[in-house]
Design a binder for this molecule. Structure first.
Ligand code: NAD
Ligand code: TYD
Length: 357
């Protein structure tokens, strides 16, 4: 394996992590070590395209395992840690918050402690280039009123779900490790992502799957909750930008300026499928839209002010929602085998628990 200046990616078998690794290996020279526990959300087939690339290696393990993390840092001597690993689904955090605290809080703490020990022994020149990049979410900021300005980097943390609280706690730990120990950290807080390889428990892939199968498309509450959608490759681009140019100790908000109510999202997907799949069991697909009981504590609106990363680092999203959502629907249509694989087994139990389906 080429061992020039590897980066250590955690959670690289999940949705965003796998898109990040695929993008990284086409755009960057350095190798990638992927540490992933392979929970229900982690899937190595996401990374099939790079599995024989000599610059890619996979380690099956838990970020909470400090001995393992320490050994990996010593063995691979990465120039950066890009930390995606997390429990990421709000509804699951409502049913069972334990895993969220364990991985998102204790796991981030374990990584920070081992990174601190690793950096302490570095030569000064290595210290100045090392980065701990923490990947976080807009949900740490809580919920916005309809007319309120978007979240900026100085918006106070006000998390409302166990997921958001666990991510907020991890953001605070990362901040403290920079301020107290001088660990060279950068944090990114991004809005809702969509695109290839997203596990079909989240709104967009769930809608596509149910529409194809003629099953009800569950919309929580009145369908007017607003999210700010960003195509996953634009998020990955932003992370590479922050890793290369971000200022140590800073946080960067990332968003798509694509605020849309959930009902509009599911209607848009239904309309694309009407065009691409006119012979599906139920057409128009929008007939499947079903209002169901609201999520407890459901945040009404998220929106990100991305002026800092745009102005200081020159990042801009490339996809509009219209181009990104069409690509995404087409990707799911072309990857039926992947869908079969990820929706077997425990996925069915989750659907039964959450939607009584
Ligand atoms: P995901 O749930 O699809 O993937 C998470 C990955 O982490 C999986 O591969 C899983 O196996 C791995 N993992 C979980 N616990 C682990 C542990 N203890 N040790 C090692 N690996 C572990 O999540 P995602 O949607 O790809 O999100 C990735 C990151 O981006 C998360 O930190 C999330 O908070 C953040 N984020 C997500 C979104 C979004 O819209 N999905 C938006 C902003 C930020
Ligand atoms: P989700 O994809 O779970 O992301 P998040 O909760 O992190 O924003 O949900 C996006 C929005 O869609 C959110 O407002 C909840 C809503 N939603 C539904 O209406 N129905 C569903 O079945 C799911 C999973 C989500």
């Amino acid at each position: 394996m080429v061992q020039n200046h590897p980066i250590l990616v955690t959670g690289g078998a999940g949705f965003i992590g796998s898109n990040f690794i695929l993008q990284w290996l086409t755009r960057e020279a350095d190798s990638v070590v992927n540490l992933d526990k392979l929970t229900y959300a982690g899937n190595l087939s996401n990374l099939e395209k790079v599995s024989s690339d000599p610059r890619y290696s996979f380690i099956h393990g838990d970020i909470c395992d400090r001995k393992l993390v320490s050994a990996l840092l010593q063995r691979h001597r990465p120039r950066a840690i890009v930390h995606f690993a997390a429990e990421s689904h709000v509804d699951r955090s409502i049913h069972g918050p334990d895993d969220f605290v364990r991985t998102n809080v204790n796991g981030t703490f374990a990584l920070l402690e081992e990174a601190r020990a690793y950096v302490a022994e570095m030569a000064p020149s290595e210290k100045t280039t090392f980065r701990f990049l923490h990947v976080s979410t807009d949900e740490v900021y809580g919920s916005l009123g309809p007319q309120a300005p978007s979240f900026s980097e100085i918006s106070p943390h006000a998390p409302n779900s166990p997921y958001a609280a666990s991510k907020a706690a991890s953001d605070h730990l990362v901040r403290a490790y920079h301020h107290t120990y001088g660990l060279p950290t950068v944090t990114t807080n991004c809005s809702n992502n969509y695109g290839p390889y997203q596990f079909p428990e989240k709104l967009i892939p769930l809608t596509i799957l149910h529409a194809l199968q003629g099953k009800p498309i569950p919309v929580y509450g009145d369908g007017q909750n607003v999210r700010d959608w960003l195509y996953v490759e634009d998020h990955c681009d932003a992370i590479r930008t922050v890793l290369a140019q971000g200022k140590v100790g800073e946080t960067y908000n990332i968003g798509g300026r694509n605020e849309k109510p959930n009902l509009e999202i599911v209607q848009t997907i239904s309309a694309i499928l009407d065009e691409l799949r006119p012979k599906d069991p139920v057409v128009p697909h929008s007939k499947l839209i079903t209002f169901v009981q609201d999520r407890p504590g459901h945040d009404r609106r998220y929106a990100m002010d991305a002026r800092k990363i745009e102005g200081e680092l020159g990042w801009r999203p490339r996809e509009t929602f219209e181009t990104g959502i069409r690509k995404t629907v087409e990707w799911y249509l072309a990857h039926q085998a992947w869908i079969q694989e990820v929706t077997s087994g425990t996925y069915r139990q989750w659907m039964a628990k959450q939607y009584s389906m």
